[in-house]
Design a protein around this ligand. Structure first.
Ligand SMILES: CC(C)(COP(=O)(O)OP(=O)(O)OC[C@H]1O[C@@H](n2cnc3c(N)ncnc32)[C@H](O)[C@@H]1OP(=O)(O)O)[C@@H](O)C(=O)NCCC(=O)NCCS
Length: 445
């Protein structure tokens, strides 16, 4: 009994150490960076708001400079009933009554958010609670949309100017800036603004590192309702051209495409209702939602015949120094379906293979290579994570690796030493015949 508890403790400790190490480069990178969070009113009315607010406070304590823009449609619904809220949401014209409701709803949304951000998270001792100051103000200059196709849009407006210097000043004083989707004109009139448009204008004006949309969906969804984990600008324009996304997702893609072309490094679409999604998106390699960037991300994909030349080039120097087994193009052609490549912008920077031994419910990770120019940036681990995911999907129980020089690397990533008899029979015979005396490592999946 005590042994099993001990094993579980070891597992959790190992998991914690692994996750903490994985998060550290992201924590360093985001320290001092400016991030705009656009939070849907669906999240603000839900009982998940306290958990999200605690995570937002955690981000500020890690040195991130945050600007929050909030939606208000759910609060309009609470004040005026669903029908009125729907008609205000869908009507591009904002009349006097609608503007009054938007002002009231924004006020409530803002107070709720302020209250949530003033709570002391339960995991923090009262005396060491972060003292986060919130700053509001007239940061947005608006202008009326005017008359469009003969129709007066009344109090519907658009952003004329963002007072970036004023926002910057608050951020420099470690304040968290809150912005409502309402702007003021030079004549003192209020105009209703769209949250997306405000988020876009603010993120660009203050040169934000990231713009993050927190909504009800786990991310942008493909045609099978699966979360799309990464998109670059080319893929965003291809998706927009296909017109397959719904109205909300299309608007998010358009905003992302615009801000990425205007200096924002990343746009994320994350669930605000799923506990911890924001932290997972920011501090893990797998993320939780959709991350968008201008340039293509480094990614792992199944190898194709066209990659054989690149893979052989990666193998050649390691083969010459005896680190890897020789593989020729005939071998590669016959086994290409076992390989995955690490690719960015059409260049192959690494590869890995997964040989499956179905009877033994085991897999062998082989031919793991990251090109010297891309090493020590976590890509080896990215390839390992991909193989583990594939092996789990194939319901394998064990993953093993044979290595002459890289044993420590595997041990540091959860593998333990194994004996020859633990290998599948077929692999034992190969091992004995090739006489390389590689060390054997395995890990349970
Ligand atoms: C092993 C290899 C794939 C790691 O790729 P990578 O992208 O650099 O891996 P990661 O970024 O995840 O890890 C880098 C860390 O591993 C360490 N590392 C690299 N090679 C190592 C080795 N042979 N033994 C132990 N640790 C090693 C690095 O020093 C670095 O540690 P640090 O950040 O603490 O300084 C890469 O070094 C490689 O291609 N090596 C040659 C081929 C090989 O040996 N393949 C394995 C046999 S199947």
């Amino acid at each position: 009994m005590s042994t099993s508890t001990g094993n579980q403790d070891n597992f959790h400790n190992h998991r914690f150490v692994h996750d903490f190490r994985q998060a550290s480069p992201y924590i360093h990178h985001l320290n001092g960076k400016t991030v705009v969070l656009a939070i849907s009113s669906h999240v603000l009315v839900s009982n998940k708001l306290p958990a999200l607010a605690a995570d937002i406070l955690l981000l500020t304590s890690l040195g991130m400079r945050l600007v929050i823009i909030h939606g208000c449609s759910q609060f309009i619904q609470a004040i005026a009933g669903q029908n009125t809220a729907n008609s205000i949401d869908e009507n591009p014209i904002t009349d006097e009554r609608a503007l009054e409701l938007v002002k009231q709803a924004s006020g409530i949304a803002r107070f709720n958010l302020e209250a949530a951000l003033s709570m002391i998270p339960t995991q923090v001792m009262e005396h060491s609670a972060p003292n986060v100051r919130l700053a509001g103000g007239n940061f947005l200059r608006a202008k009326p949309l005017g008359v469009i196709n003969g129709v007066d849009m009344s109090y519907s407006g658009c952003v004329r100017k963002v007072d970036a210097a004023a926002i910057e000043e608050r951020l420099a004083h470690n304040q968290l800036v809150l912005i409502s989707p309402i702007g003021h004109s030079l004549s003192g009139q209020c105009y209703r603004l769209q949250v997306n448009e405000v988020a876009q204008a603010v993120a660009e004006a203050i040169h934000a590192e990231k713009l993050i949309f927190l909504g009800t969906q786990p991310g942008l969804l493909d045609e099978h309702q699966q979360t799309i984990s990464e998109l670059n600008c080319i893929e965003i324009s291809q998706l927009l051209a296909k017109s397959v996304m719904n109205k909300r997702q299309t608007e998010l893609l358009q905003t992302a495409a615009h801000v990425l072309e205007h200096g924002v490094q990343r746009v994320h679409v994350v669930s605000g209702l799923q506990d911890g999604s924001l932290l997972q998106e920011l501090f893990t390699r797998e993320g939780s939602g959709t991350a968008m960037a201008k340039a293509p991300f480094m990614r792992v994909r199944p190898a194709e015949n066209k990659d054989i030349g690149d893979i052989l080039q990666l193998i050649a120097p390691l083969e010459a120094s005896g680190i890897l087994l020789p593989r020729d193009s005939e071998y590669m052609e016959n086994h290409i379906q076992e390989f995955f490549v690490l690719e960015q912008d059409c260049y192959v920077y690494g590869c890995v293979a997964l040989h499956v031994y179905p009877e033994a419910q085991a897999g062998e990770l082989a031919c793991l290579i990251v090109s010297p120019s891309a090493r020590a940036r976590g890509y080896g681990e990215l390839l390992l994570a991909h193989v583990i995911k594939q092996a789990r999907q194939l319901q394998l129980q064990t993953l093993f690796a044979l290595s002459t020089h890289t044993g420590d690397w595997f041990v540091e990533r959860g593998f333990t030493s194994a004996t020859l008899t633990q290998l599948p029979l077929e692999r034992q015979q190969q091992y004995t015949s090739n006489k390389r005396q590689s060390k054997i490592f395995s890990r349970q999946l």
